[in-house]
Write a protein that binds this ligand. Sequence first.
Ligand code: SF4
Length: 396
Amino acid sequence: MDLTDPISIYVHVPFCRVKCSYCDFNTYAGLDTLIPTYVEAVCSEITGYKSNSEEIQVGTIFFGGGTPSLMPAKSFEKILSTIESTFKLQSDIEITLEANPATIDKPYLASLFSLGLNRISIGAQSASTEELQLLDRLHTFSHVTQAFAAATAVGFLLINIDLMYGLPNQTEHSWKDTLTQVVSLSPQHLSLYALTLEHGTPMQARVRSGQLPNPNSDIAANMYDHATSYLETYGYRQYEISNWAKRNRYHECKHNLQYWQNLPYIGIGAGAHSWYKQHRYSNTKSPYGYINRLIPSTNTNTNTGNKYPGSTAMIQSEYIDKTTEMHETMMLGMQLVSDGVNHSAFRSRFGIALSDQYKDVLNQLSLQGLIHNDINNVRLTAAGRLLANRVFSEFV
Ligand code: SF4
């Protein structure tokens, strides 16, 4: 990594009011009282990255979870000022809050906006009350419209709405209705995710026991197709398999682009993952264990001292060699449906032409009609998007 290249910072907030039926993220209900100590631990982990010899620039910060919007504004203030005193923030930094629409109001959003947060991602999931209940979401669609109006009123110009499709009992009609209602708000960004039945979740148990039907993959594919053409009609440009941005590139999520371009990021918090200094590493998942490892007064762990390149919370680390980094760059970059992987960026990063490194794979995928390979970049075709996982696996 060149010192002039900006990194990204992800801060994981592992607290939620309730655990949603489909969720297997590292997040816990009923632990809100831990928030002040957790914030202290987060600040301690950030400070551990301080180094006299480096002036690392940060281009994006993302507060994800969990439900970061359960934290009071003063927690964000503390974390942001710690980041600012540890790293160098770029003047056009993007700072995102992932928010549950039932947990935010105008005064709260105004406080966050005044702290420098400038992007908000609202977990709407659906406009249908039945579907929101099926997912065990605490909010209704009116919370979404209120949250959207409040965020706009206080000055957020980058608002994303997350939606889910392919739910048990969801019809194509209800999906179209959800899209219509969400597009009428005119958010700058949309993320659409197909439901995955995760192992050990209540939703998976209900499907297995026959209480709910298995999600139908053909119907889910139709929903995706409909979304693709519908959103295009309304001026949204698809730039990644699951992501659309309104009108121009300024509305794309810079933080996620960092992941897809396989550029460095530091994950802070319980269970957070990092890609930094040629290592992929992750922190302990338990919020108690995380606090225990980072705050000396609570530390009963003998395992002290920072571990290169992470913190005392790091429990696993792997050195990534250049060949693996190349494969990962291809697999991640191919998710960018309009940009794909750029030939000249690949050459300047790895010192070898992409067309030489992957000659046989590129020829084979081109012949099968799954990729476009022109002088600028390599990207998926419409057929390739439907078989995206197969295409990605060819680069391993
Ligand atoms: S709000 Fe999000 S992170 Fe929390 S339980 Fe629900 S899906 Fe999981």
